[in-house]
Design a protein. Structure first.
Length: 343
């Protein structure tokens, strides 16, 4: 009886380990970290053929003796170290997954993004971070299978995998934001959003937080990255504050956004301004400022920012800082002479 219970407990323990997310070795066991060197393809003139471009050598946290282990496996196969590790990502649809590469499989490379390549995966308890140098790798999540690209055969490539807790994974994601990585495939289940606030910020491309002045006055800061790919005022500020707003921003250029009354919270484009105290009236075509104010006196948000209302600005980062203050909001509302009407 006792023997049976022990066998069951051992079996459950092994099953639990196998179900965890982490870096895998060639026995498909989770290891703390892996260093892997993908060997270059031998040039055609090589007299002794040693590498077809898919061989690799590696070290793991379980084999630290200052020597490389020459693998008999092929990096393009699913039983390779990268294959066993990344298969977890394709088989576990309920995991966070962030695939980034400045030379991605979609071939829509963005040179303005960071020169970074890697993968982050976690189930909310544990996960792994892979940092690598392989172009067009790994395949999109939608392909649902591991594959190594032929374009990655010619040159030597590096690969580091680190197994980490979910909290450490979220710290790593903060580094991705700093690197301005190009995410080409991602997945963030709803039940994991609270566990990975940095992933939410990276993938949604927005962050909203409350800041307090030295005297205790609250301000609301709205920030967006290119990943948001929408208008800051219409798609973030107005719905977040739950108010209609009038917006002043630069108007020279094409694809300027006009007044929009089709959304729940209307966004009006200011046309003319007058600061009576200075006895000065001017058109918005002579104004480079960027601000927004709630349209009615029962809501008193005033926002000062740095981004314009152009379609071309969807792919640019920018933000605004807002305060709820009746005297300041009233002062800004009074200088509005004319706004473009709803169409």
């Amino acid at each position: 009886m006792i023997r049976s219970i022990l066998v069951t407990l051992i079996s459950l323990s092994v099953t639990r380990v196998n179900c965890q997310i982490g870096c895998r070795d060639e026995s498909n066991n989770i290891v703390d970290f892996v260093y892997l060197y993908k060997l270059p393809e031998d040039p055609p003139a090589q007299t002794v053929y040693k590498s077809d471009g898919y061989r690799y050598a590696y070290m793991t946290s379980s084999n630290l003796n200052s020597v490389w282990i020459d693998s008999t496996r092929n990096v393009s196969n699913s039983d390779s170290i990268p294959g066993l590790t990344l298969t977890q990502m394709y088989n576990s649809v309920n995991t966070l997954a962030i695939l980034y590469n400045d030379q991605n499989p979609n071939e829509n490379d963005d040179s303005s993004k960071g020169h970074s390549k890697g993968v982050i995966v976690s189930d909310g308890v544990q996960g792994f971070w892979i940092v690598h140098t392989i172009p067009r790798f790994p395949p999109n999540l939608t392909e649902n299978t591991y594959r190594y690209p032929a374009t990655g055969a010619k040159y030597g490539q590096n690969y580091l995998c680190i197994t980490m807790s979910a909290s450490e994974i979220d710290k790593a994601i903060l580094q991705l934001s700093m690197n301005q990585v190009q995410v080409y495939s991602s997945r963030l289940p709803v039940n994991l959003r609270s566990s990975f606030p940095n992933a939410v910020q990276l993938l949604d491309g927005v962050n909203v937080l409350t800041l307090v002045s030295a005297k205790g006055v609250s301000f609301r800061s709205f920030a967006k990255s290119s990943a948001f790919n929408r208008d800051l005022y219409q798609d973030l500020v107005a719905p977040s504050l739950g108010v209609d707003i009038s917006v002043e921003s630069w108007k020279f250029g094409t694809n300027f956004l006009s007044t929009n009354c089709t959304t729940q919270n209307k966004v009006y484009t200011i046309a003319r301004l007058e600061i009576a105290e200075s006895d000065y009236r001017f058109s918005t075509f002579r104004d480079h400022s960027k601000w927004a104010v709630s349209t009615t006196s029962d809501t008193n948000w005033i926002c000062i920012g740095d981004i314009n209302r152009f379609e071309s600005q969807f792919k640019r980062g920018g933000g605004t800082v807002c305060q709820n203050s009746k005297p300041i909001a009233d002062a800004y509302r009074r200088i509005i002479v004319e706004a473009d009407p709803c169409k």
